[in-house]
Design a protein around this ligand. Structure first.
Ligand code: NAI
Ligand code: MG
Length: 356
C-alpha cells in the first residue's frame, strides 16, 4: 500500500513522542512492504514563533495532500497569554473543523501489567474496555458568540453551546455502529436536566437508536458519569457525548489506564482521512527530559492503520508489541512507581526502540 502521512510534532513533549511513533511507522512499513511517505509540518507554538500563525498555510497544505495526519501536542506557558484565536490550540480546532473531523474516538482499556500504576483498585479495573465517542466540531468550543467584552463597566465573557440536529445525528450513528461491533451498549451522556442542547441531544439519540434495535441505549447525566467512570468503569461499552463533556471525561478515564501517556485518539469525518493524536498535552513540566511516555502516540498510529488505512493486522501488531514490552516490565517514569511488575525504568527513546 502507498500512503502519505502528515506529521505535526508540535510543542513540548510532542516532538519527543512523535519521533518514537515515526520509528514504529518505519519498522512497520518495511515489514509489511508499504510505501509510506512522511511529511513534517510545523504547528502550534513553534509555528507562532516562526510564522506568527499556529497553523501556517504550508502546514495546512501538507495535511490536505496527505491521507492521514499524526499530531503530537501543542501549547505551553510561553504562549499562554495570547488571545484565544492566536493561541497554539487554535491549530487543533482549525484542523478538526477544517477537515470536518466530527468524531473523536478514545478507546479505554487496561493492560494487566498497569493495573498497579492506576490509583483505582484492582477489582474495579480488570476487564475494563470501553470507548468514548466524543463530538468534536460543535458545542462550546465552536459556538458563536465567543468573546470577552465590557458591559456596564465590567468585563464579561461569553461562550456559546450550540448543537444542530444534523451534528447530533451523525455522531450518534458513529456510536451505535461502534457498539454493534462491540458489546452492543451505548451510554449517552448529557445534562438534560439543565441544558437545552442536552434535551435535543437526548431526543435525536433516541431517534437514531431505533435504527439499531440490537444495541441497548441508556442515558446518564454527566456528573453521575464522572463518578461512575471511577466507581464502576466495567459497566461501559460505548460512551457517546458532546464536545466539552467528552474532553473532560476522557482525561478522567485516563486514570484507569495508569497514565495519561497511554491514551490514543482518532478523529474522523466522512472520509478516510483522520487526525490521530495522544489525548495528553505538551506536558511542559517534563519536556526535553526524555522521560515522556510515547505509548499514547504509538497507539494512535495503530488507530491510524486501523481506521484510515484498513490495515488491521498492522494495527494489531503495534498493540501486541506494546503489550509485550509492558509484560517484560519496561516502564516509563509515569508508570513505574508502586508497580510490582516494573523491572526497569526506560526513557522515551528506549521505549520507542523496545516497541520497534
Ligand atoms: P498535559 O496533558 O500536557 O499534562 C498533564 C500532566 O500529565 C502533566 O503532569 C504531564 O507531565 C503529564 N503527562 C502528559 N503526557 C504525558 C506523557 N506522555 N508521559 C508522561 N506524563 C505525561 O496537560 P496540561 O499540563 O494541562 O497542559 C499543558 C499544555 O498542553 C497546555 O498548553 C495545554 O493547552 C496543552 N494541551 C494540548 C493538547 C493537545 O495538543 N491536544 C491537549 C491538552 C492540553
Ligand atoms: Mg483534553
Amino acid at each position: 500500500m502507498r500512503v502519505k502521512i502528515a506529521v505535526l510534532p508540535g510543542d513540548g513533549i510532542g516532538p519527543e513522542v512523535v519521533k518514537q511513533a515515526i520509528k514504529v511507522i518505519n519498522v512497520l512499513s518495511k515489514k509489511f512492504h508499504h510505501q509510506v511517505e512522511i511529511k513534517e509540518g510545523i504547528v502550534g507554538g513553534a509555528a507562532i514563533d516562526k510564522f506568527g500563525d499556529p497553523l501556517p498555510e504550508e502546514t495546512w497544505k501538507i495535511c490536505e495532500e496527505s491521507d492521514s495526519i499524526l499530531l503530537g501536542a501543542v501549547g505551553g506557558p510561553k504562549w499562554d497569554n495570547l488571545p484565544g484565536d492566536k493561541r497554539p490550540e487554535k491549530a487543533l480546532l482549525k484542523l478538526r473543523s477544517g477537515f470536518n473531523l466530527f468524531a473523536n474516538l478514545r478507546p479505554i482499556s487496561i493492560f494487566d501489567e498497569l493495573i498497579f500504576s492506576s490509583p483505582i483498585k484492582e477489582e474495579y479495573l480488570k476487564g475494563v474496555d470501553f470507548i468514548i465517542v466524543r463530538e468534536l466540531t460543535g458545542g462550546l468550543y465552536f459556538g458563536k458568540p465567543k468573546e470577552t467584552r465590557i458591559e456596564n463597566g465590567e468585563e464579561i465573557a461569553i461562550d456559546t453551546m450550540i448543537y444542530r440536529t444534523s451534528e447530533i445525528r451523525r455522531i450518534a450513528h458513529v456510536a451505535f455502529k461502534m457498539a454493534q461491533k462491540r458489546k452492543k451498549k451505548v451510554t449517552s451522556v448529557d445534562k438534560a436536566n439543565i441544558l437545552e442542547c442536552s434535551r435535543l441531544w437526548r431526543k435525536i439519540v433516541e431517534e437514531v437508536a431505533k435504527e439499531y434495535p440490537d444495541v441497548a441505549l441508556e442515558h446518564m447525566y454527566v456528573d453521575n458519569c464522572a463518578m461512575q467512570i471511577v466507581r464502576n468503569p466495567k459497566q461501559f461499552d460505548v460512551i457517546l457525548t458532546e464536545n466539552t463533556f467528552g474532553d473532560i471525561l476522557s482525561d478522567e478515564a485516563a486514570v484507569i489506564t495508569g497514565s495519561i501517556g497511554m491514551l490514543p485518539s482518532a478523529s474522523l469525518g466522512e472520509t478516510k482521512k483522520g487526525l490521530y493524536e495522544p489525548i495528553h498535552g505538551s506536558a511542559p513540566d517534563i519536556a526535553g527530559q526524555n522521560v515522556a511516555n510515547p505509548i499514547a502516540t504509538i497507539l494512535s498510529v495503530a488507530l491510524m492503520f486501523r481506521y484510515s488505512f484498513d490495515l488491521e493486522e498492522e494495527a494489531k501488531l503495534i498493540e501486541k508489541s506494546v503489550r509485550k514490552v509492558l509484560s517484560l516490565g519496561y516502564f516509563t517514569k509515569d508508570l513505574y512507581a508502586n508497580n510490582p511488575y516494573a523491572q526497569k525504568m526506560v526513557t522515551t527513546e528506549e521505549m520507542g526502540d523496545l516497541i520497534c
